[in-house]
Design a protein around this ligand. Structure first.
Ligand code: FES
Length: 172
């Protein structure tokens, strides 16, 4: 690895200490992609996977290391709904709002989850127990509307079924 590349990961205060495993994962992603600006999405994925969500410190660190304007990094991180700038809830609910799920009532399911748990789509509940994310299509349109609760696919969902399944996941 060129000396300039070695030095670059230390150009900006890292979000965690150098021996922190999460930091090593992020730095490895930067190096693996040779600090290329077109690797921004891959590096942000690595950062989110390692740290759980994208903190302002992470965005600054990625921007400095890829030599991109922070506004560009922030713009990409907020444009794609698979990136989160907030800590995830203890349980994750992903609601599909793709065309077929939307036509079959996904919005009513999102409304029901918000009413029951206080977590609007894209947000976490105030107690941090669940977060609700939005997806654009799981490729399971025959089961629409589709919800994924802690990795478990729930098809043919109704608002009542969705709330019941999330309550079960919460142990309520
Ligand atoms: S639109 Fe929801 S699974 Fe395809």
């Amino acid at each position: 690895m060129p000396a300039s590349t070695q030095a670059r990961v230390r150009d900006f205060a890292p979000p965690a200490s150098a021996d922190d495993r999460r930091q090593r994962i992020l730095d490895a992603a930067l190096k693996r992609n040779a600090f290329r600006q077109d690797a921004l999405i891959e590096v942000l994925h690595a950062a989110q996977n390692a740290f759980g969500y994208l903190t302002p410190e992470l965005l600054w660190y990625v921007a400095a290391n890829l030599r991109l304007p922070p506004s560009r990094v922030y713009g990409v991180a907020t444009f794609y709904n698979f990136f989160s700038l907030k800590p995830p809830g203890e349980h994750t609910v992903i609601l599909c709002e793709g065309t077929v799920c939307y036509m079959r009532g996904a919005t009513r399911i999102g409304d029901a989850l918000e009413a029951a748990f206080g977590a609007a789509p894209g947000e976490s509940s105030p107690d941090g127990r669940i977060s609700v994310a939005i997806a654009r299509c799981f490729g399971s349109c025959a089961l629409a509307p589709v919800l994924v609760i802690d990795g478990q696919v729930v098809g043919n969902t109704t608002p009542e079924l969705a709330v019941g399944r999330v309550q079960a996941a919460l142990g309520a």
